[in-house]
Design a protein around this ligand. Structure first.
Ligand code: G6P
Length: 369
């Protein structure tokens, strides 16, 4: 086992640090930015039909569902097709309206989650076309779908998903870009520009990982907190949910993720000097609005930990702690902003003496409903 951990103390830390490589592996042979080419071989036979989809329904559980939420923003922005993101466990039991012009994308690291598999069977019986985004080759979900793309992140052992999440987002990003280009909702120049930016993401993840020692110091300060709030908007809203889930899963600290603007409809009542609030406040279209949310927390004496874009000065002047990530296209930010949140949950869990790789009550794959 020590050899499998490659010198790391836990699989989770190894998997967090593997992300520059796992994302590159996921894009290898598919993305060729220099020549403006993006090919997802697994979808080849279905691309014409996919272009004319009425609607995309994404179904998944847990962390994979969060990747699905990021994909909702991606597909709607680039391909202009309406998207719904469904918990598989809800979708399968509510007699959903599905037609033959619907495309269902099922996301699953293990490819064995019972609820996701059942949601696929239901959608299939109503005539929809089903794509799979799985990590485990030959898994039940990969076999049950019409077509799909593997994430090629390599085996993920830690129960809390990290590298599978960023690989899922990488695949879904490539799908959305390819679809947008083919539909003409994405211009050639924008497409090529985004392909180039995407190719540079593994290098930027490498840079984001360097915040680790700063993250560790923050973990030391807040490791005994009883609650955490995670806030983000737009592409960073699903990242807030994922950051909170990571902390809950492995450190057993209660954490909630919320869209920052919804804070005033409830969570703001919880804020006092005991409450750490993690803001994802990168330079994007909702930046100014997030800054005013930070002010609201500060006015109530909440402790502010902010993930910001390199060089940010405004949030730095307000927050108790900042963690910098490199600048990138707004749509690709989740691949970077989730990194310090993974590290934060990891360090807090280690400091609290928790079993990081095998947290209590959780399983790597849930094959029962
Ligand atoms: C379990 C795991 C999570 C995972 C979820 C969905 O709850 O502990 O890490 O996100 O199942 O699993 P899947 O394999 O379908 O992505």
């Amino acid at each position: 086992e020590a050899i499998e951990k490659g010198g790391y103390e836990h699989f989770m830390l190894k998997e967090i640090n593997e992300q520059p490589r796992s994302i590159a592996d996921c894009m290898r042979g598919r993305l060729d930015a220099k020549n403006g080419r993006l090919i997802l071989g697994g979808l080849r036979d279905y691309m014409n039909k996919f272009q004319n989809a009425d609607r995309i329904i994404i179904t998944a559980c847990g962390t994979s569902w969060h990747a699905g939420l990021v994909a909702e923003y991606l597909f709607e922005e680039f391909a202009r097709i309406p998207v719904e993101v469904e918990y598989a466990s809800e979708f399968r039991y509510r007699n959903p309206v599905i037609s033959e012009k619907d495309f269902v994308i099922a996301i699953s690291q293990s490819g064995e989650t019972a609820d996701t598999l059942a949601a696929i069977e239901l959608a299939k019986s109503k005539g929809a076309t089903i794509f799979g985004v799985c990590n485990v080759v030959g898994s039940s979900i990969a076999r049950a779908t019409h077509a799909g793309c593997y994430t090629h992140a390599g085996p993920e052992i830690g129960v809390a998903s990290t590298k599978a999440f960023t690989a899922q987002i990488s695949v879904l990003t490539m799908m959305a870009l390819m679809l947008g280009y083919q539909r003409g909702t994405l211009t050639e120049s924008k497409y090529v520009q985004l392909l180039n930016e995407l190719e540079g993401i593994p290098g930027k993840v490498e840079k984001a990982l360097k915040m680790n020692s700063n993250v560790e110091k923050i973990a030391e300060i807040y490791k005994d907190s009883r609650n955490f709030l995670y806030l983000g908007r737009g592409y960073n809203f699903p990242v807030a949910l994922e950051g909170a889930l990571k902390l809950k899963e492995i450190s057993y600290i209660h954490a909630e993720g919320y869209p920052a603007a919804e804070m005033k409809h409830g969570p703001i009542a919880l804020i006092d000097e005991e409450m750490p609030v993690v803001f994802i406040a990168t330079k994007d279209t909702s930046y100014e609005k997030v800054v005013s949310n930070i002010q609201e927390v500060k006015a109530r004496k909440g402790k502010i930990i902010a993930v910001v874009t390199e060089g940010d000065t405004v949030v730095r002047g307000m927050a108790d702690h900042v963690l910098e990530i490199p600048d990138t296209a707004e749509a690709f930010v989740p691949l970077l902003s989730v990194i310090p949140l993974q590290q934060l949950s990891y360090h807090i869990a280690v400091m609290r003496g928790c079993n990081v790789d095998q947290p209590r009550n959780l399983a790597k794959s849930v094959t029962v409903e």
